[in-house]
Ligand binder design. Structure first.
Ligand SMILES: NC(=O)c1ccc[n+]([C@@H]2O[C@H](COP(=O)([O-])OP(=O)(O)OC[C@H]3O[C@@H](n4cnc5c(N)ncnc54)[C@H](OP(=O)(O)O)[C@@H]3O)[C@@H](O)[C@H]2O)c1
Length: 256
């Protein structure tokens, strides 16, 4: 069984992916900032699944954090066969009047780190002729809610481009585009979830299971649940003015 390195693996979608991968027998490398939460998660995962679990405390908003993760990706002992770029956060602010530092951190974690880690992983995997990269985008990529929509749109577009560049190399790239999932995400961003309909929520277990199925199949785009597959199809053909009116800055402003 190969090694899976997961960023943002101590909570929500990343944690569930870690559980499902460890249960399937993979060695896991957990990446996040909070060392105590990393250690607790690692010992729990190891005790229950028996899988080997490494921890790597790194802040992906910082140069030294990204460098530490890249060094682990380049390591030849227990090579990383699956990279999951999952770490991310909601900005919880509008562009106008919001903190520029937070905007820059969002770019560092959700764009710069995704680019740098994917590049390092692909360069290590291609000579081996196998490997997979799973990048967590969002349904928000197709909407117009804050700069977060633009970041997640970048992740989806970059993943498609890299998948196409790597076609035939044995290395696959998958962009996961989930809808609303109950995790630590909304509380951390101070987002009022009451503005979203109850029917919009999907289970984190389902999201992770569908994502890993897509990775196994080498599928490039993965939108978990029929509801969100239908919404994605509708968003693709809807006039953008309608998308902006229904899922645009005005609705976002009511949530933050
Ligand atoms: N929840 C949703 O509705 C939803 C929907 C679509 C897409 N997504 C995407 O799914 C991904 C996971 O989100 P989630 O909902 O599972 O959120 P979450 O429960 O808040 O988990 C976020 C994880 O990322 C880590 N993290 C945050 N900032 C980091 C940084 N600077 N460096 C390293 N690790 C960092 C956190 O740990 P530390 O705080 O210890 O660093 C935590 O492990 C994100 O990319 C998010 O944009 C979420």
């Amino acid at each position: 069984m190969g090694t899976a390195l997961i960023t943002g693996a101590t909570s929500g979608i990343g944690l569930e992916l870690a559980w499902q991968l460890a249960t399937a027998g993979h060695r896991i490398v957990l990446v996040a900032r909070d060392e105590e939460r990393l250690e607790t998660t690692a010992s729990h995962l190891h005790a229950v699944t028996g899988s080997e679990v490494e921890v790597l405390a790194a802040d992906l908003a910082l140069v030294k954090g990204r460098k530490a993760v890249i060094e682990r990706i380049e390591q030849e002992e227990h090579p990383v066969g699956l990279l999951v770029n999952n770490a991310g956060f909601g900005l919880g602010q509008q562009v106008v009047g919001g903190s520029m530092r937070r905007e820059e951190q969002a770019i560092d974690v959700m764009i710069r780190a995704v680019l740098m880690l994917s590049k390092a992983a692909a360069e290590a995997m291609v000579p081996r002729g196998r490997g997979a990269i799973l990048n967590v985008s969002s349904i928000a990529a197709q909407t117009a809610m804050g700069s977060y929509s633009a970041h997640k749109s970048w992740v989806r577009s970059f993943s498609e481009a890299l998948a196409s560049e790597l076609a035939g190399s044995g290395v696959t790239v998958t962009a996961l585009c989930p809808g609303l999932v109950r995790t630590g995400f909304h509380d951390a961003a101070g987002i009022d979830t009451s503005v979203w309909p109850a029917v919009g929520w999907i289970d984190v277990e389902k999201v992770a299971a569908e994502a890993l199925r897509a990775v196994r199949r080498g599928q490039v785009l993965c939108t978990p649940s029929l509801r969100y597959k239908a919404l994605t199809a509708a968003l693709r053909v809807a006039p953008r003015a309608l998308v902006r009116a229904v899922a645009g800055a005005e609705r976002y402003a009511r949530s933050v």
